[in-house]
Design a protein around this ligand. Structure first.
Ligand code: GAL
Length: 470
């Protein structure tokens, strides 16, 4: 049974939906640059216009109301608010845009959950070293303070950074996300570290300067698959799946919720590999300074993005060269029983979410949890009667209900990814995650609800009705 104040939400991110990439003085972000360079994104697509939510916000609001959401998760475009990334120059047009969005939501009784950073660093900050630069933590903190000061009288749920794992690994190790760097085995650890420092500084700023009057909560959104040993009785597979957890979920959740430092398994694996490679430079996994605000305890809730599951096996990978993959030394495989939805990485495993929620409860001291993203993509011929996705949402929500009712996990909200079909990063518009279809060939970017959207709306109204009964 869901609690009566459960957050029923959907999520989006600025670069993926807004368009208006140069509108009203917005500065460029690393995703603008990355897409415009060419050769990076499916069919050279860009987020220049996307769903055009910058001009068509009212249409999004109509979609939110159609679903009956109680909450909406959006992200702020840093470069729309601060075109060069610093508080020296504030764009009042940017401020007006988000003020309108927030006020419209509240006037429809929808609570905003606001992400400060969802992959789109202002390009001018990338030019100063981006997330690899230690200085980025204080620059982010100034941006965060600006946002708390400007919007915090109305926004009570904050996410500082979305998926530091993805920013670090895909953007700086694999080079398939902006800024497109390929520096395996080094840059991602540095980026993850600076993101944690940035998050912690922003949390401390909120805690001391804004929470006393604004009374909200702040966290960092962590993505994780559910991982389990391929052979549950094989000690090597068990160890490999622990290592995999340490290099994904643990990388960020351990410092925040357990020790204030990285998982020992992760550091040990990296150090062993460094020795093997005869690497004598600075430790690749940095250490937290005692002179900076502590990272431990800087998440007021657990913000989880869950999409899929993997089985993990050990021993087959050769640990050669410097890379996160050889540090981790474990191989992830799919269970042939799992169906794949659209994109190859997305095996449909709703029960993995329940297991992961239980794991989070047991490992991270029973935190309040919001599932800040979960979804299902469509690729190929368009299906408006998307029964498979509708089924997926129904099954997943049942698993969440069991996690609450049977496992006692303190889940307070669920946000479907995504409200709208949108610009799905390197996959461009080929992968559709929306509860609403968007016609990208139409100037007005017509939004049309999918069957899955109708079904999600029914679920929400069913629970709302239960609580309104006398
Ligand atoms: C997440 C990301 C979202 C969305 C989703 C689906 O990693 O936060 O922006 O793209 O994946 O792939």
């Amino acid at each position: 049974m869901f609690p009566c104040d459960f957050a029923w939400g959907a999520a989006t991110a600025a670069y993926q939906i807004e368009g208006g990439w140069q509108a009203d003085g917005k500065g460029p972000s690393i995703w603008d640059t990355f897409c415009h360079e060419g050769g990076r994104v499916c069919e050279e697509q860009t987020g220049d216009v996307s769903c055009n939510s910058y001009e068509l916000w009212e249409k999004d609001l109509a979609c939110i109301r159609r679903l009956g959401l109680t909450h909406y998760r959006l992200s702020l475009s840093w470069a729309r608010l601060l075109p060069d990334g610093t508080t020296e120059h504030v764009s009042q047009k940017g401020v007006q845009y988000y003020n309108k969005v927030i006020e419209d939501l509240l006037s429809c009784d929808v609570s905003p959950m606001v992400t400060l950073y969802h992959f789109d660093l202002p390009q001018s900050l990338q030019n100063r070293g981006g997330w690899k630069a230690a200085a980025m933590a204080t620059i982010f903190d100034s941006y965060a303070r600006f946002c708390f000061q400007t919007f915090g009288d109305r926004v009570k749920l904050w996410i500082t950074i979305n998926e530091p794992y993805v920013c670090a690994k895909l953007g700086h190790e694999d080079g398939i996300h902006a800024p497109g760097l390929k520096e395996p085995g080094t840059a991602a650890y540095l980026v993850g570290h600076n993101m944690l420092r940035a998050h912690a500084m922003a949390w401390h700023s909120y805690d001391s300067l804004y929470r006393p009057t604004q009374g909200g909560v702040v966290s960092l959104a962590i993505n994780s698959d559910w991982l389990e040993p391929l052979h549950p009785d094989c000690a090597d597979d068990i160890a490999a799946s622990r290592r995999c957890f340490a290099f994904t979920l643990g990388w960020f959740a351990w410092p925040l919720f357990v020790t204030g430092d990285y998982p020992e398994t992760m550091r040990a694996a990296i150090d062993t590999q460094s020795r093997k490679l005869g690497y004598n430079g600075e430790p690749r996994l940095p250490t937290f300074s005692k002179h900076e605000p502590p990272v431990f305890g800087t998440a007021d809730f657990f913000a989880l993005n869950y999409y899929t599951s993997r089985k993990v096996k050990a021993g087959l990978e050769c640990r050669q060269g410097m890379s996160m993959k050889s540090d981790r030394d474990a191989e992830e495989v799919l269970d042939p029983e799992w169906s794949i939805c659209g994109v190859a990485w997305l095996a449909v495993v709703p029960c993995g979410l329940r297991k992961l929620l239980k794991y989070i409860k047991d490992t991270f001291h029973d935190p309040v949890v919001y599932i800040t993203e979960n979804g299902f993509s469509q690729v190929g011929p368009l299906v408006m009667e998307d029964a498979q996705r509708a089924e997926f949402y129904k099954d997943t929500i049942q698993e969440v209900e069991k996690a609450i009712g049977e496992d006692g996990v303190n889940v307070r909200g669920y946000f479907a990814w995504s409200l709208l079909d949108n610009f799905e990063w390197a996959d461009g518009f080929s992968s559709r995650f929306g509860l609403f279809h968007v016609d990208f060939s139409d100037v007005g970017r017509k939004r049309t609800i999918y069957r899955s959207g109708l079904e999600y709306a029914k679920v929400i109204s069913k629970y709302k009705a239960m609580y309104s009964k006398p």
